[in-house]
Design a protein. Structure first.
Length: 141
C-alpha cells in the first residue's frame, strides 16, 4: 500500500508542475491526442479560451464589421511579422449576412492557423497559435 501511495503523490507533483508550460494550451485542445488539431478540436478550444469576447464589444454574441475593424486595428500593432495574413471581414462572413457568428469566427482563425491548408493544425502551426494566445500575443491583454 505504501508504494501505491508514493506513486500517487508522484503523479500529483507532476500534475502540479504542468502549469509552468501553460502557454502550450493548444496541446490540451488535442482531445484525440493525434498531435494536431482538427477544426472541431480547434473550435471547442478556441471558444473556451474566450477570444471572441475580445472582438464582441457589445457582447451580443455576434461580431459586426465595426467591431471587427476596431479589434483588427488594435491587433495590427501586435501583428508584426507574421507569416500569415489577417483575413478581411468579408472573407470571414461565410453566409454574407453582415455579421460573424462564433462558427464563422472560429473557422476564420482555424484557416488562418492552418497555414498549409492541410485541414489540421500541426505542431508547427500550433506554435504560432500558442504565441498569439500567450501574454504578449494577439489575444493577450
Ligand atoms: Ca487532434
Ligand atoms: Ca457584437
Ligand atoms: Ca455571417
Ligand atoms: Ca496544417
Amino acid at each position: 500500500m505504501k508504494t501505491i501511495k508514493f506513486l500517487t503523490i508522484g503523479g500529483l507533483v507532476a500534475v502540479l508542475a504542468a502549469p509552468a508550460a501553460a502557454q502550450m494550451m493548444s496541446a490540451d485542445w488535442d482531445t484525440d491526442a493525434d498531435g494536431s488539431l482538427n477544426e472541431t478540436e480547434f473550435g471547442t478550444g478556441f471558444s473556451g479560451a474566450g477570444s471572441m469576447a475580445s472582438y464582441d464589444g457589445d457582447g451580443d454574441g455576434m461580431i459586426s464589421e465595426e467591431e471587427y475593424t476596431t479589434r483588427s486595428e488594435a491587433m495590427g500593432e501586435k501583428w508584426g511579422e507574421r507569416d500569415y495574413e489577417m483575413t478581411t471581414f468579408a472573407d470571414s462572413d461565410a453566409n454574407a449576412d453582415g455579421m460573424l457568428d462564433e462558427t464563422e469566427y472560429n473557422s476564420n482563425w482555424f484557416n488562418t492557423y492552418d497555414a498549409d491548408k492541410s485541414g489540421s493544425i500541426d505542431e508547427t502551426e500550433m506554435g504560432d497559435m500558442d504565441t498569439d494566445m500567450g501574454e504578449d500575443g494577439l489575444f493577450g491583454s
